[in-house]
Design a protein around this ligand. Sequence first.
Ligand SMILES: Nc1nc2c(ncn2[C@@H]2O[C@H](COP(=O)(O)OP(=O)(O)OP(=O)(O)O)[C@@H](O)[C@H]2O)c(=O)[nH]1
Length: 393
Amino acid sequence: MSHLAHIVWTRLTGLMPGELNRSELVWLLSPHAHFSLLARRRATMIVNRVRLFAFLFAVLTPLWAIIDYFVFPYPLWFSLAALRLSASFAFALVVVGYRPSGSLPDAYRAMALLFAIPTVFYVASHQLLAGHQLAGLSAAIATGYAFLPFVLLAGLAIFPLTFLENLLIASPILFAQALSGYMRWSTLDWPSFAGAFWLLTLITGVSNLAGMSQLAFMIALVRQAIRDPLTGCFSRRSGEETMEMQFTLARRSNAPLTVAFIDLDHFKSVNDGFGHEAGDRVLTEAATRITNNLRRGDMLVRWGGEEFVLVLPNTDLHRARDVLARLRHRGFGKRPDGAPVTASIGLAERRQEAAEDWQQLVEVADRRMYHAKTGGRDRIVHADPEESRAAAA
Ligand SMILES: Nc1nc2c(ncn2[C@@H]2O[C@H](COP(=O)(O)OP(=O)(O)OP(=O)(O)O)[C@@H](O)[C@H]2O)c(=O)[nH]1
């Protein structure tokens, strides 16, 4: 990025709330690099808001039929009321039919449906109103129907969306507006059309900023909730949640999934000999070294104290041994006396163990870590002692 572009980008993002760090700022633009827990929380929030929005619309849409009844002639008010009832019914179906599942495609579908209902309503009501010559109060009320696209675009502001997602959802509405202008080209009242289009673009911009700023707060909150404050690794709770998800995904596609239980050796002596703060520094250094050597998609969880669980999706035991051997080779840092920090590591792979759930996998890895300790520490154990003996025999 050029220097100028960098300054503009930093200034702009500096205005974003939520104290995001630099790597997180790009998450505001597009969802492709969002980590899975963020994606799940966002999907849940989007579906909840879709349902709230749909509930409000299901209740409010038919109420306006009373006004229509007093200002429009029969059968116009009747047709509009039927349209309103159908829209209300469709909104009610969205409320009942969608439950937060944590899946982003589900959330997108719910949003698309939420925005499709008023769009269809807008087009159909326009067709009905266009067939009548209205004047005075009824003409004024009929103009109100033209405000629906504005409400839709403003409604986008309540969703924690990225720049790209917001644009993708807003563009059909903007496009439809432009198309309707094009179709009435010869009779178009240009100043009012251009004014309305400009207003729609402004509202899109504002709701886009509102959506991104909600997302920024969400990223900051999710990060605080899922990270261990000392080491920056995933906290145990979020690690368990992600492992549940990874395990389900791996089982569904019969993919390998390896878990490494890593326990630093003789860590108590660091605390006892050099103080708790020195212990904290050793822990942080070890976690940073491990994390810096991982692929995207791998996850380091602080399981507790000086124990870490490393989750390696799509990795069989053989490759996991290579990864761990590389980590050991690069080292886990130094103790305050200059001696290298070592770790005892237990490995377990889903298919190899025929594990039923992630808990079982962690239990096996933990047991092997214990064997690594009793076998002399500073080593990797990837099979139970009886299995190793059987293999040797
Ligand atoms: N500094 C620091 N120490 C911690 C933290 N959490 C746990 N500990 C300490 O980690 C030490 C763990 O000690 P032990 O379980 O006896 O294990 P060890 O000394 O590493 O020995 P082995 O695991 O048998 O090699 C204890 O002294 C805990 O107080 C932490 O957040 N910061």
